[in-house]
Design a protein around this ligand. Structure first.
Ligand SMILES: Nc1ncnc2c1ncn2[C@@H]1O[C@H](COP(=O)(O)OP(=O)(O)OP(=O)(O)O)[C@@H](O)[C@H]1O
Ligand SMILES: [Mg+2]
Length: 224
């Protein structure tokens, strides 16, 4: 199977705080199309840094990132944004839903921003996704009327609306109970198997990581 993403000799430093920290060290990682991968590692090991780099939210100091056979490092800002918006979907530890909008609207927004389909089509798709994540009866709830797990599921539906080939999730269940966490991981598995979407998830839970196809450990800035 094809690699959907390749990280080659990635180095990442943080130096804004005075002392130079070497966070990712000549890191290499290949991710296959349709893979469900988990990234584990201790707090501070660089997991979020790595995910942000893979999601084009942050830049590397050296090395190459290949996404869908394109060397992203050599692309213009415009082209990077196109990949970010059309090819990648994010779920963060904290959901970042917009409080003044309903669950349905929150899911619709990325599509309204980036696609030119008519609004009715987008609404129907958003409803379908909310049904898939088990929130078909919460469409008009605002975030403050939803539980933590429900908000997280809205965020997952939102990450799906532009049909990203790759979903990146940073501790999506970090603040949820075990059972809800399992439901969310099973949901990722379902999306992964049914729609062949590549899913990359950071987690602290070894148990949850066993639901994924492959586990990689980040230690001292390299993949073990
Ligand atoms: N903007 C920044 N400026 C300086 N240092 C940073 C910055 N962001 C992260 N770091 C440092 O880089 C290291 C890796 O951070 P990162 O957030 O990637 O860790 P993590 O593995 O996601 O940890 P956790 O499991 O706690 O979320 C940390 O030691 C952190 O202090
Ligand atoms: Mg983190």
């Amino acid at each position: 199977m094809n690699n959907i993403m390749e990280l080659k000799n990635i180095n990442k430093f943080y130096s804004e705080t005075g002392n130079k920290l070497h966070i990712l060290r000549n890191l290499n990682l290949e991710i296959k199309e349709g893979e469900f991968l988990s990234i584990l590692g201790r707090s501070g090991s660089g997991k979020s840094t790595l995910l942000n780099i893979m999601g084009l939210l942050d830049k590397v100091d050296s090395g190459e990132i290949w996404i869908d056979k394109k060397n992203v490092s050599s692309l213009s800002e415009d082209e990077r944004n196109k990949i970010k918006n059309n090819f990648l979907g994010f779920v963060f530890q904290f959901h970042y839903l917009l409080n003044e909008f309903t669950a349905l609207e929150n899911v619709m927004i990325p599509a309204l921003l980036h696609k030119f389909n008519n609004k009715r089509e987008i609404e129907n798709e958003a409803k379908r996704l909310l049904e898939i994540v088990g929130l078909g009866d919460r469409l008009n709830h605002k975030p403050n009327q939803l539980s933590g797990g429900e908000k997280q599921r809205v965020a997952i539906a939102r990450a799906m609306i532009n049909k990203p080939a790759v979903i990146l999730a940073d501790e999506p269940t970090g603040n949820l109970d075990e059972e809800t966490s399992e439901i969310i991981f099973s949901l990722f598995k379902k999306l992964n198997k049914e729609f062949n979407q590549t899913v990359i998830v950071v987690t602290h839970s070894k148990d949850l990581s066993l639901i994924t196809d492959r586990q990689v450990y980040l230690k001292k800035g390299v993949i073990e």
